[in-house]
Design a protein around this ligand. Structure first.
Ligand SMILES: Cc1ncc(COP(=O)(O)O)c(C=O)c1O
Length: 395
């Protein structure tokens, strides 16, 4: 049976797959089963931040000689090492990590920790956003989820962008009731096409949360690990969250792992009375990969940030000059790039045509396409990919 038929018969999907069978990855390139080479401007959607085929990480995987598995209740040195590393690189007083398998679980833990810490049940989040597909994560995600599932968590309030003074007033009004457990958001909202909140909004939200006893959860699953040009996007706003959710770029795609890092006080409230258990949270091999990946980012931080800055400028310049059929709004922070159109469905044509011509990226809803290239992409590859994208506009 061909892959396509097997997939159709045995894999559950919400939408049919893109017609491309990936067999190999290297640097900023993906290769399909027909030998066609693609430039990857998607990198697994904010996953492959350090590029595919990173030799330091691959070498670590090859040489791994640790335990196959460790029961979560035992001590294991690499867990402590990764947790210490996360406490060192995350902003503010974030100190203790919960071990998760990915982003959704990291968000789920964050919501539970907020409820048990504050003894409150309500949440605030940004309308249209995405935090994962569990019942809890969907409850604080787009209200559209409520059209499918009627019994998501109640009392989840949504703030509509733009995230400005008016939006901060709305948040403050809700917080004043002193019954909101947490406000959760991406500091730069990749899932809405790279929306950048006003600094004033973030400053006011942080201080109001403190004032009214609400925890601030920064979901850095997509923005973390230099995607936006800083280790964490929270740093742009001098945000010191109570909880941060991490996944995706934490392993660069070489393993599956998520983390919920909280302050000492928040972590304390999950002890004894509440709990969280995850059989595969922080699988030993994935932990080794995460440590190697983070150390690689730290070692090359200066060089990576220089490249992100230069490539960010280059992508912005090129995209601003492109002759799109309809007016485009370009949102950029580091190498998180969103191109937004008022005209629905146009983006789907661009994405499909570009894929045919050899560049991969994706649309978001039907009005935005996003580019998340590798943070170490070279100018030549970026130029070639953008030339193909430009050529694909002539539909
Ligand atoms: C901001 C954000 N939070 C959470 C998630 C869920 O992560 P995962 O797919 O690893 O469960 C995603 C996934 O795209 C995300 O972008």
């Amino acid at each position: 049976m061909q892959v396509k038929e097997m997939d159709k018969k045995f894999l559950s999907r919400d939408l049919p797959p893109d017609d491309i069978e990936i067999v190999k990855s290297d640097g900023s390139f993906l290769f399909d089963s027909k030998g066609k080479k693609y430039i990857d401007f998607l990198m697994g959607w904010c996953v492959g931040n350090v590029g595919w085929g990173n030799q330091e990480i691959k070498e670590k995987i090859r040489k791994y000689n640790g335990p196959d598995y460790v029961n979560p209740n035992y001590l294991y040195k690499s867990w402590a090492e990764l947790a210490e590393l996360l406490a060192k690189i995350t902003p503010g007083k974030l100190q203790k990590s919960f071990r998760a398998t990915g982003g959704t679980e990291a968000v789920e833990i964050a919501l539970q920790a907020a409820m048990s810490h504050t003894k409150r049940q309500k949440f605030i989040s940004i309308e249209g956003s995405y935090h994962g597909h569990s019942i809890g994560a969907m409850s604080v995600g787009s209200s559209d989820f409520r059209g499918w599932y009627k019994n998501l968590l109640p009392d989840c309030y949504k703030i509509k962008p733009p995230l400005n003074d008016k939006a901060a007033n709305e948040v403050e009004k809700l917080l004043k009731q002193k019954d909101i457990a947490a406000l959760i958001m991406e500091p730069i909202i990749c899932n809405l096409g790279v929306i950048i909140p006003e600094k004033e909004f973030m400053t006011r939200v942080q201080s109001s949360c403190k004032k009214y006893g609400t925890l601030l959860i920064m979901d850095e699953v997509a923005t973390g690990f230099e995607r936006t040009g800083k280790m964490f996007a929270s740093e742009y706003f001098d945000i010191e969250p109570d909880i941060m959710c991490l996944a995706k770029g934490i392993t660069g795609g070489y393993g599956g792992l998520g983390a919920t890092i909280t302050t000492e006080e928040v972590a304390k409230s999950m002890e004894y009375e509440f709990s969280f258990y995850s059989t595969y949270g922080w699988h030993p091999l994935s932990v080794e990969i995460a440590i190697t990946n983070i150390k690689y980012i730290l070692k090359n931080k200066k060089q990576l940030e220089k490249n992100i800055y230069e490539m960010s400028k280059y992508f912005t310049e090129r995209l601003s000059k492109m002759k799109f059929k309809y007016p485009a709004k370009i949102h950029v922070k580091g190498l998180a790039i969103g191109v937004e159109f008022k005209k629905p469905n146009y983006v789907n044509q661009i994405v499909a045509q570009s894929r045919k011509n050899g560049v991969l990226f994706s649309s978001l809803g039907n009005t935005v396409f996003t580019l998340f290239p590798a943070l170490n992409i070279d100018k030549k590859t970026a130029e070639k990919g953008l030339n193909i994208l430009e050529k694909s506009l002539i539909l």
